[in-house]
Every structure is written in structure tokens, then in C-alpha cells.
Design a protein. Structure first.
Length: 334
């Protein structure tokens, strides 16, 4: 962030304001962590912040401090629209294109208050007044930490804010494994632990709260996995019937895609998950090394994301979608 922008934001934050903080639709640990960290920081600085999520967040994030105060746009459109219209400042975190908030986009487009974007995805859209966008970072949470430091407010960091930031860094870095995890990331983590973050408890809350149904669903996804060895690719799928038969609840498929990369020699994987309500197949892509899944998702499946983690969708049947994917992979030089 340049010094002019920081000064302008400091000025905006120098008097108490009504502030809306928005994560992307289907918020993950980084989206929830960054919005809640900022929420607690702004509360501490005498503002009136509200986190408005476009839709519900998964249960495995419901322990996060402040999550009980998050407003869900889809469940309460009138109240949320009013809060957005009355907000004097809008933060959008962990996304960089307004369509990522779904239907809420129509409301956001009409707002006249200044927007501040903090995000680490590629190719930001041009909707924000102040933009802190950098693909070098592994998480938006790491950037929120920096943002607080830029504002000269490092002393405001406390256990609550640190817990939220820690959660997003942990989840978006694959537990500190992904390539964008730097020495600086670890120094920030050290700082957060010194502030009291329960670094042994948080992974348990996030990852060890599975259900029997979820493990059975994981088993089905693993059984459905196909390997295209010559193309160093694997992929799996789950139909709506399969999801239903294991009493799928939101969040159950989180992380399953990563198993496809755990096979030796595989550098590209995908999972195709049918959503009959929305009439789409939602796709998650992951890669290791140079194969750019963001580009692949943008070009072929109306999506995007990062080089090694991206998503997209398909509006044709599962069979046709998988067929299209196989054909594309056969032409890839990986
Ligand atoms: P996931 O596979 O975990 O849903 O998403 C992986 C990454 O891709 C995340 O950073 C997410 O923000 C991005 N992503 C997922 N789905 C979409 C999509 O439909 N469009 C775009 N532009 N990005 C997506
Ligand atoms: Mn993120």
C-alpha cells in the first residue's frame, strides 16, 4: 500500500464510522479470519463494524470469536441491505471481483461509500477506492496483519484478533506448507503465538471435527478418483445423489480435493461436485509446481483463483463435464 492511501485511510478511520466488512460467498478460513480480525480491530478503535457474509459459513468456523455476530445476507436481505446502505466505509476481503459475493453484488454496485479491498488473488477488478492487492501473499489474513501495522496500530493486536489472523494463515497455507509461506509468515505466526493464540487447539477445532458421514463421503470421493498417469493428473467427483446419501452438510467436501495431489507423481487434480439447487457442477482445482490452475479455470470453466488453487463451474451434466475435462487434460503438456 502506498503512503498516500495509508494516510487517506488513517483519516477515514480517525472518527467513529459505520463500517461493513464483506468476505466472498462460501467464506473459507481466510475470508472469515480476515473479516473477523478486522471487525475486532475496528471495534477496538471505536467504530461500528458489521461483517456481512453473502451466505452461511461452514460449521467448522463457528467457534471463531465474533462469528456469532456475522450477518448472513441470504438469510436477512432487508436488514443487510440497510446496513450496507448506511455504511460509511466498505471493506471487501479475500476477493477482488464483485461477482464473488453472488446476489449481493447488485446492492454493492449501488453504494457510494468508499471501498477498501484487501486481497491476494490475481487480476483485481477496479471497484475499490483503496486497493491493497498482492499475489505474493499466501493469505488475506497475513495482509490484514500488515494493514494493522501500516496504520501504526500494532499495539492493538490482542489474542482475539491474533486468533482470527492465525486461522486464515493456517487454512490458506495448507498448514504452512504452500509455497507462499515465507520466513515473514512464520515471524508473524510467532508474534501471534506470543499474543496468546492457542496454536495447538485451533487445528483441532478446524480439522478434527469431522462426522462419520463426512468420512464416508470422503471414502466415496476417494473411490471415485481416476488417475491419468501419463498426464500426471487425478480427478474425482461427487454427484448430488452421493452427497445426499451421506447426509451432506455444507463444509463436508472442504479439503477433499487435496487428496488427489497426495499420489506420488500427480501434479494436477480436480474435484467435481454436483449442486442440483444451483444447477451447476462446482469444481475445485489444485496443482503442484508450475501448472497454472487459475489460467486453466479461467479458460475452460468460467472460474479463477491462484496458480496452485482455483475453482470454477460447469453448467452441463456431470458426465459431459468429466468428458470435457478428460479431453482437455489429454491435450495438456504437464
Ligand atoms: P476452492 O477450490 O477452495 O473453492 O477455491 C480455491 C481458490 O479458487 C480460492 O482462492 C477461491 O477464491 C478461488 N475460486 C473458487 N471458485 C472460484 C470461481 O468460481 N471463480 C473464481 N474467480 N475464483 C474461484
Ligand atoms: Mn484467501
Amino acid at each position: 500500500m502506498n503512503i498516500q492511501d495509508i494516510q487517506a485511510i488513517e483519516l477515514l478511520l480517525s472518527t467513529p464510522k459505520k463500517i461493513a466488512i464483506i468476505p466472498h460467498r462460501n467464506p473459507d478460513g481466510d475470508a472469515m479470519g480476515s473479516t473477523l480480525a478486522l471487525y475486532h480491530f475496528l471495534l477496538k478503535n471505536n467504530h461500528f463494524p458489521t461483517v456481512i457474509s453473502p451466505n452461511v459459513f461452514p460449521d467448522f468456523l463457528a467457534w471463531m470469536p465474533g462469528s456469532e455476530n456475522v450477518k448472513i445476507y441470504e438469510n436477512n436481505k432487508e436488514v443487510c441491505t440497510k446496513i450496507l446502505e448506511e455504511a460509511e466505509l466498505i471493506f471487501t476481503l479475500d476477493f477482488n471481483a464483485l461477482h464473488r459475493v453472488g446476489e449481493m453484488e447488485q446492492v454493492l454496485k449501488k453504494l457510494t461509500a468508499p471501498f477498501i479491498m484487501i486481497d491476494h488473488h490475481q487480476s483485481p477488478d477496479d471497484y475499490s477506492t483503496y486497493t491493497y492487492s498482492d499475489v505474493a501473499y499466501g493469505s488475506t489474513c497475513e495482509m490484514v496483519y500488515n494493514f494493522i501495522v501500516f496504520l501504526g496500530k500494532k499495539q492493538d493486536l490482542d489474542k482475539t484478533i491474533a486468533t482470527c489472523i492465525y486461522t486464515g494463515i493456517l487454512t490458506d497455507s495448507g498448514s504452512f506448507r504452500f509455497p507462499k509461506t515465507t520466513g515473514t509468515t512464520h515471524r508473524i505466526i510467532a508474534d501471534l503465538i506470543d499474543l496468546g493464540v492457542e496454536n495447538s487447539l485451533i487445528p483441532t477445532l478446524l480439522f478434527d471435527n469431522s462426522s462419520y458421514n463426512r468420512l464416508q463421503l470422503l471414502g466415496r470421493a476417494l473411490q471415485n478418483m481416476k488417475v491419468m498417469e501419463d498426464h500426471k493428473t487425478s480427478y474425482s467427483s461427487l454427484t448430488q445423489e452421493e452427497l445426499n446419501s451421506f447426509n451432506y452438510v455444507k463444509g463436508d467436501t472442504e479439503g477433499i480435493v487435496n487428496y488427489g495431489l497426495s499420489i506420488k507423481g500427480i501434479v494436477f487434480t480436480a474435484i467435481f461436485i454436483e449442486n442440483k439447487d444451483e444447477g451447476i457442477i462446482k469444481i475445485s482445482f489444485r496443482s503442484q509446481g508450475n501448472f497454472d490452475v487459475n489460467q486453466f479455470a479461467r479458460e475452460h470453466f468460467n472460474g479463477g483463483g491462484h496458480i496452485n488453487a482455483a475453482g470454477g463451474k460447469s453448467e452441463v451434466s456431470m458426465e459431459e463435464t468429466l468428458h470435457k475435462f478428460e479431453n482437455l487434460v489429454q491435450k495438456l503438456e504437464i
